[in-house]
Design a binder for this molecule. Structure first.
Ligand SMILES: Nc1ncnc2c1ncn2[C@@H]1O[C@H](COP(=O)(O)OP(=O)(O)OP(=O)(O)O)[C@@H](O)[C@H]1O
Ligand SMILES: [Mg+2]
Length: 338
């Protein structure tokens, strides 16, 4: 039977087929016309990678829209347009005929209204039956952790819009923290730093690429290209890796503080389990160079980085298609039942 695991993230949307593995991995962005349209429905002109390429490069009558904010749907129409558009990229005529099943990851703190919005959108996109699973649990499954075993585990998902920290054991949640400080905030911090300390204006995509490049190559420096704020002329700037890390440190510290809070909430026996197994970290922002060291230093816990931090939520969700007990157990851990 056909089935998919779906991670509809603030920054990226990943779809994993139960047998074929990851079949779609695209930015959660679309290009739509600005101003009033005759149709009530949002019809994106470009979706995913092509739309992201256009960010900061669009004429006035077009705009880019990110349909999710902080991991949840806020504008139902925009999300509907996006999901139908993105699924259209992998849908063969068979998709409509078969109407596949799906397990979809949602932030553990998503409200009943936000979860219902997602289910509605999935239904319209042609999914026969969708089950929801908290993203941290799906990610844990994708990293090979069994969330039903009688042993406590703690995972941290640092994505684009949110950082989520969850400890769980035997089908239940022990502690949970969420913060709106994640990758997007890091990009913004670097963007502001370049303006205030170096009088250099860069685009959003450039700031993000710089952030991801820190620590690559020789690991010491990287070159930033932008506009000089004083002269209005293009300028190249050599940035030391340490300097970039300093600019990002306040955001990273906020995440460490939230983590420390979640660890404090743990009963001592569970803290013991986490201390001996280590904390599992995933989400794109965990790829930031030196982030594992920063976490280890801030917490004193061993840290285990996921092998595939960008896709493990969708992969775990796909594995849950064959493990309804996990979906059922963690359904009840969302805030406010339907
Ligand atoms: N090498 C890297 N170094 C630092 N940050 C990175 C790197 N690669 C990706 N990122 C960041 O990871 C973030 C995207 O991660 P991910 O795809 O896990 O988010 P998401 O699941 O879409 O968001 P959310 O879970 O908040 O809804 C972006 O902010 C991106 O800039
Ligand atoms: Mg995510």
């Amino acid at each position: 039977m056909s089935g998919f695991g779906i991670d509809l993230g603030t920054a990226n949307t990943v779809v994993c087929h139960r047998r074929r593995g990851v079949v779609l991995d695209e930015p959660s962005v679309m290009v739509v016309p600005t101003g009033p349209t005759r149709s009530r429905h949002v019809r994106p002109l470009l979706v995913g990678r092509e739309a992201r390429e256009m960010m900061g490069r669009l004429p006035a009558d077009l705009t880019t829209v990110r349909p999710l904010h902080d991991g949840v749907i806020v504008d139902l129409e925009a999300a509907r347009g996006f999901v139908i558009g993105i699924i259209g990229k992998l849908a063969t005529p068979a998709w409509q005929r078969v109407r596949p099943r799906a397990v979809i990851g949602v932030p553990a703190g998503a409200t009943a209204l936000e979860r219902r919005a997602l289910l509605e959108v999935a239904d319209e996109a042609g999914i026969r039956r969708a089950d929801l699973i908290p993203e941290p649990i799906a990610g844990a499954v994708g990293c090979g952790i069994d969330p039903m075993e009688p042993r406590a585990h703690m995972v941290v998902d640092i994505g684009g819009g949110t950082s989520e920290i969850t400890a769980f054991c035997y089908g239940g949640v022990l502690s949970h923290r969420t913060s709106r400080i994640a990758g997007d905030e890091m990009t913004l911090a670097l963007y502001r730093y370049l303006r205030s300390e170096h009088q250099l204006a860069v685009g959003e995509l450039t700031a993000e690429a710089l952030k991801c490049r820190v620590g690559e190559d020789d690991g010491l420096s990287t070159v930033a290209q932008g506009m000089d704020l004083a002269s209005g002329r293009p300028r190249l700037l050599t940035l030391e890796a340490g300097e970039v890390m300093d600019a990002l440190r306040p955001t990273a510290d906020t995440i460490v503080a939230a983590l420390a809070g979640a660890v404090d909430d743990l009963p001592p026996q569970s803290a013991d389990d986490v201390l001996s197994d280590g904390l599992t970290v995933f989400g794109g922002s965990s790829l930031l160079s030196g982030f594992d060291k920063l976490l280890e230093a801030g917490l004193g816990f061993p840290v285990r980085m996921a092998e595939r931090p960008l896709t493990c939520v969708a992969e775990g969700a796909a594995l849950c298609l064959d493990d309804p007990a996990v979906v059922e157990a963690y359904e009840g851990t969302f805030v406010g039942a339907f």
